[in-house]
Design a protein around this ligand. Structure first.
Ligand code: HEM
Length: 499
């Protein structure tokens, strides 16, 4: 009798069983949409997050040895493809450009530039138009034929050298001075005005930048598990505060520009963007969903992107020069012999300074400030190197695996500028194709030309005028802090005058 009653299924049980079965079918169907790329097992809910450690780029580069160039990890419950190695990354970003050109719908991205960002926005017709307008605006001031900003950079590089000398024989952490100088240049490009170092708005902008980059690193739990923001409310609110201050700073400048705008005289990138709003037909903008707000907000991301990147790289340059004094002497000697000490280095001097350029390239390679570029996402179901990757899969492009690939760069952790030189001492241009500091394909950095020019002029001027030495007794640690960009751990130097 008991047996019979246990066999009896109430209507409720039937509904429940049907529901669970339905769910199971749904889940197994969606499982069919998962990638079949190999990868390490993760924990429920958090996936592989804890395994990433303090240096996710190094951990994910090590995993390449076990799982190959294309493997999957779980960021929370979110499946993520990691692309490793020069050939594989090129094959994805260049040969399969559209498939990998998306950006993920990260929680924090919704707040950047009020959700109007081009760099953090997803791929599609709107992004294409936005990117074109942003590139055109930048190209007005930095292009192959004409660099109206070169003179300002040379002047600012000399201001930086003077300021670094202010401490006499006392140690100085060059961080803030570098950020102020580089910030001044991007503000000159965007707002037509180099800032005074004690301008409170400007100082605030510099401070906000550091906090923003620390928050926005790849692998941020809030982006993977948005509910985490309730647990990390304070830091998330700080993040929103930073974005808000940035908005206010740029809106103030925008208004000043709108009030004084003259269509016949373009002063800066903000004017270019106002012009783009006026000149792009409304039907074209509406057809792709690009608003005037999108266009005008572009200035915010150019400031964000054009500031921290160059300043961090220059910090790395100084650190490597300080810890490699013989190389530093050789750079100075090259500049002394080919430019002299009576005038500042200019862009046209670059070809006469291959050793200087090689040191800059090596600093860019070894520091690899964007270890995962910006996070990518697939824009459709795709088959790549034998693996199925569904639409909207989060993709980490592991740049570190390229710049620290020992099959391309022997002893990758060693600072060795000779790897970029031929036996005759010229820059070996073939080597430049061996790493991708500015990314590749559709999302390639639009600021590459400005960045190269600015880094060269600042670096060469500093090396011409200054000697950077270690503080005796300091234990200098050449290592990075992890964030969206890799910055050196703070260090101090003694800066002395050469000229
Ligand atoms: C050392 C200097 C710099 C480095 C190493 C660098 C590197 C990069 C990298 C790796 C990306 C991501 C590519 C990807 O997602 O695949 C990127 C994107 C970007 N960069 Fe740069 N960058 C530098 C300077 C600049 C400057 C000076 C600007 C502008 C003034 C700039 C503007 C941007 C923008 C707007 C994006 C987003 C592009 C998009 O999503 O379409 N960058 N950069």
């Amino acid at each position: 009798m008991e047996y019979e009653s246990s066999m009896y299924l109430s209507p409720l049980t039937v509904i429940l069983v049907a529901f669970i079965f339905g769910l199971w079918i749904k889940t197994s169907k969606s499982k069919g949409k998962n990638t079949d790329a190999p990868g390490p097992r993760g924990w429920p809910v958090i996936g592989n997050l804890l395994q990433l450690g303090k240096k996710p780029h190094e951990t994910l580069t090590r995993l390449r040895r076990t799982y190959g160039d294309v493997y999957a990890i779980k960021m929370g419950s979110r499946e993520t493809i990691v692309l490793n190695g020069l050939q594989t990354i090129r094959a994805a970003l260049v040969k399969r450009a559209e498939d990998f050109a998306g950006r993920p719908d990260f929680y924090s991205f919704k707040f950047i530039a009020n959700g109007n960002s081009m760099g953090f926005g997803d791929y599609g017709p709107r992004w294409k138009m936005h990117r074109r307008l942003a590139q055109n605006a930048l190209a007005m001031f930095i292009n192959k034929k004409n660099n109206p900003i070169e003179e300002s950079i040379c002047q600012e590089a000399n201001v930086l050298a003077n300021n670094l000398l202010q401490n006499g024989n006392n140690p100085i952490d060059p961080h803030t001075e570098i950020y102020l100088s580089v910030g001044s240049i991007i503000c000159a490009i965007c707002f037509g005005q180099r800032y005074k170092r004690d301008d409170p708005d400007f100082l605030h902008l510099v401070k906000m930048n550091d906090e923003f980059m620390a928050f926005a690193g790849a692998g941020n739990p809030v982006d993977i598990m948005p509910w985490m923001r309730h647990l990390t409310r304070r830091s998330f609110n700080t993040f929103l505060g930073i974005l808000d201050s940035m908005n206010q700073f740029c809106n103030k400048k925008r208004q000043e520009h709108l009030d004084t705008y003259d269509p016949f005289y373009t002063r800066d990138v903000t004017d270019c963007l106002i012009q783009a709003v006026d000149e792009t037909p409304n039907e074209e903008k509406e057809a792709v969903g690009l608003t005037d707000e999108h266009i005008l907000t572009t200035v915010q991301e150019l400031i964000g992107a054009g500031f921290d990147t160059i300043a961090s790289t220059l910090q790395w340059c100084i650190l490597y020069m300080m810890t490699n004094p013989q190389i530093q002497e050789m750079v100075h000697e090259e500049i002394r012999a080919n430019v002299g000490l009576l005038r500042s280095p200019e862009l046209d001097d670059m070809e006469k300074l291959p050793f200087t350029e090689a040191c800059l390239l090596e600093a860019i390679r070894i520091s690899c400030i964007f270890p995962f570029a910006l996070p990518h996402s697939t824009t459709r179901d795709t088959q790549f190197q034998g693996y199925f990757i569904p639409d909207k899969t989060l993709v980490f492009v592991n740049m570190w695996s390229v710049s620290h690939d020992e099959t391309i760069f022997s002893e990758p952790k060693k600072f060795d500028p000779y790897r970029f030189l031929t036996i005759e001492g010229e820059i070996d241009r073939t080597k430049l194709d061996n790493f991708l500091p500015f990314g590749a394909g559709r999302r390639k950095c639009p600021g590459e030309q400005l960045a190269k020019m600015e880094m060269f002029l600042f670096f060469a001027t500093l090396m011409q005028r200054l000697k950077i030495s270690q503080v005796s007794g300091d234990n200098v640690i050449v290592d990075s802090k992890y964030g969206l960009t890799l910055k050196p751990i703070n260090f101090r130097s003694i800066v002395t005058k050469r000229i």
